[in-house]
Design a protein around this ligand. Structure first.
Ligand SMILES: NC(=O)C1=CN([C@@H]2O[C@H](COP(=O)(O)OP(=O)(O)OC[C@H]3O[C@@H](n4cnc5c(N)ncnc54)[C@H](O)[C@@H]3O)[C@@H](O)[C@H]2O)C=CC1
Ligand SMILES: O=C(CO)COP(=O)(O)O
Ligand SMILES: [Zn+2]
Length: 350
């Protein structure tokens, strides 16, 4: 099958380690940026990291502005975009939602973007995608600019609640069922499939499971290990040009939960629990997934997610309606209520 010419966008520079945030100004200067810079951050992460980022930029002569965002919605993206008039660069300093809003606003404004994660909670750190909630459609995976740079300060990341680190690990474990779904769509619908992206994504998931015992609270080495895995998962997305290597039926379940549950859990946590159940649907070893998540102190049940069983069942019956164009083990008709309840019980989620 003739492959049409494609462009793979990857970050130019990735800086990880304790205290790297203080070099932000120098890194931006070395990347030949100058003039005005917009720092997009969150309400909590302004004091945790954005203040240091702004100080470092101004020490190198950059003029800075900042804006705080809460939700990864189109409204947030457009609000940021309106403030990018005479900017030369955008930085996203925070969790996954902040990074996605900054990334999407930079894309729409035709500006470069630098990713400054304050938690290792998701694999959007280095990916060229942004998951933006778009009205009734719920979360939509949008094509965005790949970060030109990543600045991951492991001192900051390891001080984040450990729950966020465990959530990032779970988001990587979810690659297992994402790849199974992608292979299924390739076999059934001849959907384009990248062996190299799939291999990188699966290898990343296998590695994080193998190193599960080394992931400990407060250990800077753990933060570095998880950050590297999240970046590698994001690079698999870049190689594929789609979030397929890291997002399948388990992500549809999580996105459905985000719409249904009164108080959703963290993205990675929900995807991890989704992976247990979807692995069973694929006829795979769901206990292997459950044990791996337990080792990483990530949730494996509705109770640990803090979500009532009723919402788990409902999300399972609605998951296939999320991003219909993405075929997965859920099929076009999805699960009946009885099948959903049976699945959640069989895999000890409820
Ligand atoms: N674009 C992509 O390729 C991907 C995007 N995502 C998106 O990322 C989002 C999930 O990201 P999360 O970080 O899990 O959620 P989030 O962005 O809501 O952050 C979770 C919480 O952690 C807090 N936080 C962040 N850093 C902290 C720190 N150092 N100390 C204390 N608190 C801190 C935030 O303020 C927030 O309250 C979802 O919207 C998901 O769709 C997830 C994976 C891939
Ligand atoms: O979360 C992702 C990978 O972990 C990608 O997100 P989408 O499911 O929104 O494409
Ligand atoms: Zn994810």
């Amino acid at each position: 099958m003739e492959m049409n010419p494609r462009k793979i966008e990857l970050p130019m520079e990735i800086h990880t380690g304790p205290g790297v945030i203080k070099n932000t100004g120098i890194i931006c200067k070395d990347l030949r940026f100058k003039g005005k810079v917009m720092v997009v951050t969150g309400y909590k992460t302004f004091n945790i990291a954005a203040k240091d980022v702004i100080g470092s930029l101004e020490a190198e002569g950059f003029e800075t502005e900042y804006v705080k965002v809460k939700e990864a919605s189109m409204e947030s993206v457009m609000m940021v975009k309106e403030n990018l008039e005479d900017m030369s660069l955008v930085l996203g300093v925070g969790g996954g939602k902040v990074i996605d809003v900054a990334k999407m606003a930079a894309t729409l404004a035709g500006l470069s973007f630098i990713s400054v994660p304050t938690a290792a909670s998701h694999d959007g750190i280095a990916s060229p995608r942004a998951s933006i909630r778009d009205g009734e459609r719920g979360s939509v995976s949008m094509k965005a600019t790949s970060p030109i740079g990543v600045i991951a300060d492991t001192d900051i990341i390891i001080k984040a609640p450990f729950r966020l680190l465990a959530s990032g690990c779970a988001d990587i474990v979810s690659n297992y069922t994402a790849i199974l779904d992608w292979k299924l769509a390739h076999r059934l619908l001849n959907e384009r499939y990248s062996e190299s992206a799939a291999a990188l994504s699966l290898m990343t998931a296998k590695m994080i499971i193998k190193s599960a015992d080394a992931i400990k609270e407060g250990l800077e080495r753990s933060a570095r290990l998880v950050v590297k895995s999240l970046i590698s998962s994001g690079i698999a997305i870049s190689i594929a040009g789609t979030s397929r290597p890291a997002s399948g039926s388990e992500h549809k379940f999580s996105h459905a939960l985000d719409r249904i549950a009164p108080k959703p859990a963290l993205h990675g946590e929900q995807c991890g629990v989704g992976t247990i159940m979807m692995m069973h649907l694929h006829g795979g070893d769901w206990r292997f997934i459950k044990d791996a998540l337990k080792k990483m102190h990530a949730p494996t049940t509705a109770y640990e997610l803090g979500i009532e069983p009723e919402y788990i069942i409902e999300a399972l019956t609605k998951a296939h309606t999320i991003r219909k164009e993405r075929y997965t083990i859920l099929g076009d008709r999805g699960l009946t209520r009885e099948a959903a309840e049976k699945l959640a019980k069989k895999t000890e989620v409820i």
